[in-house]
Design a protein around this ligand. Structure first.
Ligand code: PLP
Length: 469
């Protein structure tokens, strides 16, 4: 494809994108594909000769689009959203167009310096203290792994970096509701899953910090080395909020690294009314949240903040001759702030989002979705036999059908069936979890394109299905 052909085809792609967003509600939210439907449509052999773009584009429409679950569809209420917006999309396009690999300052000074600047903006927007410095990671999972590794290295005076493990007795603490990425980090950092302590929760699903304190005492007594606590601000199951102040005091008492996983809910900190969540931030060593979940920035974009940038860099830095540049001592080389060497220019889309909306616009967007959630919750409670299963702090509502006649196992069967019925009979998508063993229907209203009419549609489908139980 030469530049003239690119110009023609690029316009076709732009037209497609505009049409896609204008008509997104006509698509089935959840792909109807069965396993291997997509795979089997393509030849087992790569094409020997060039295929023209119109054929490729037609195949994209006919064979690939049916296998897409439409995360930007306003009737997508599953998981946490993959946030998106038009300014972000434009930023992604320009990032692709430039095609820079931003591993160090010299490989694109603008990428490094814009990243430094937008992370300062974000830090101010969510109210973190000034001593935090930030870096954009791909995902919260990566950031949490970085945090566990930094804690391990700082604790061992960076000796495991050099010698490997000798006598591994580290322990890591989080609540039983913490995200699986914590366990993954514990597993792959060599600390070992058996050394992970999942602490029970209070009734609101936040960590029981009395149990946390007790468990640390037990572990110390048994000769373990408590290494890190991961506190959640907004768990995946129910957006429970660990008491950072109480957990922080414990981390401080035992001199344990404290990491905060605020993957989804961290974005809410741009609203003053949520700042109570970070009371105790002075005890925190590292903090991650995902603009790609709730701050209108396309996947992937995770903001990782650390108190001690030296510990992070010492953990990850490696400097072969071919990467040395003359400015290494005076610039941020973000390849040393995480696992990967090669880095995308993610700051561009974030910068475009923050500029296009302004802090006020972003606040208004989140507030609008919070207001819709309040409306949804009020209407949901008016439906007979609906039980709300967890406090609602943000835009996640956990509920189930409960007529008080069935036992717990029957309720689980009925609610699973109810869930499947709604998915089959409507064009919307939401997922489930289990809270205290109860099959829980989980609705998240954090979609950029969400309007009140989508909430009304959701309510009518729930009402219909509940009446038919
Ligand atoms: N932490 C929490 C609380 C989450 O809800 C999630 C994902 O939903 C993650 C971490 C992992 O996020 P990522 O996909 O950015 O690794």
């Amino acid at each position: 494809m030469n530049i003239n052909e690119f110009e023609i085809n690029a316009h076709k792609v732009i037209d497609w994108i505009v049409d896609y967003y204008k008509n997104i509600e006509k698509y089935p939210v959840l792909s109807k594909s069965n396993p291997k439907d997509i795979f089997n449509q393509f030849s087992d052999f790569p094409p020997e000769n060039s295929v023209d773009f119109d054929t490729i584009f037609a195949e994209f429409n006919e064979k690939i689009i049916p296998g897409i679950t439409h995360w930007q569809h306003p009737d997508f209420f599953a998981y946490f959203p993959a946030s998106s917006s038009f300014p972000s999309l434009l930023g992604e396009m320009l990032t692709s167009a430039i095609g820079a690999q931003c591993m160090s300052w010299q490989t694109s000074p603008a990428a490094a310096e814009l990243e430094e600047k937008v992370m300062i903006w974000l830090r101010k927007m969510i109210g973190l203290p000034e001593y935090f410095e930030g870096v954009i990671q791909d995902t919260a999972s990566t950031a949490t792994l970085c945090s566990i590794l930094s804690a391990r290295e700082k604790f061992s005076n960076f000796s495991i970096n050099h010698q490997g493990y000798e006598n591994n007795k580290f322990t890591i603490y989080c609540s039983s509701e913490a995200h699986s990425s914590i366990e993954k980090a514990v597993k792959i950092s060599g600390i070992g899953r058996s050394n992970m302590r999942k602490i029970s929760t209070f009734d609101d699903f936040s960590i029981n910090y009395f149990e946390l304190d007790k468990q640390i005492e037990i572990d110390l007594e048994a000769g373990f080395k408590p290494l890190a606590i991961v506190a959640a601000l907004g768990t995946t199951g129910s957006t429970a909020i660990d008491n950072l102040f109480e957990v922080g005091k414990i981390a401080n008492k035992y001199n344990i690294w404290l990491h905060v996983d605020a993957a989804f809910a961290g974005s809410a900190l741009i609203l003053e009314q949520f700042r109570w969540m970070i009371k105790g931030i002075e005890f925190v060593d590292s903090f991650v949240f995902n603009p790609h979940k709730w701050l209108l920035t396309n996947f992937d974009c995770s903001a990782y903040f650390v108190k001690d940038k030296g510990a992070l860099i010492q953990t990850f830095e490696i400097l072969p001759e071919y990467l040395k540049t003359k400015n290494d001592n005076v610039v941020n080389n973000y390849r040393d702030w995480g696992i990967q060497l090669g880095r995308r220019f993610r700051a561009l889309k974030l910068w475009m989002v923050i500029q296009s909306y302004g802090v006020k616009g972003l606040q208004e967007k989140i507030q609008f979705q919070l207001d819709l959630t309040e409306y949804f919750l009020k209407e949901l409670k008016n439906i007979d036999n609906i039980e709300i299963l967890a406090p609602v702090y943000f835009t996640l509502v956990c509920f189930r059908f409960n007529d008080n006649k069935l036992d717990e196992s029957e309720l689980n069967i009925i609610n699973e069936k109810l869930h499947q019925t709604i998915l089959e009979d409507s064009n919307l998508y939401f997922t489930h979890t289990k809270l205290n063993g109860k099959y829980t229907l989980r609705i998240v209203l954090g979609q950029n394109l969400l309007e009140k009419k989508n909430v009304d549609y959701l309510l009518s489908e729930i009402k219909k299905a509940v009446q038919d139980v």
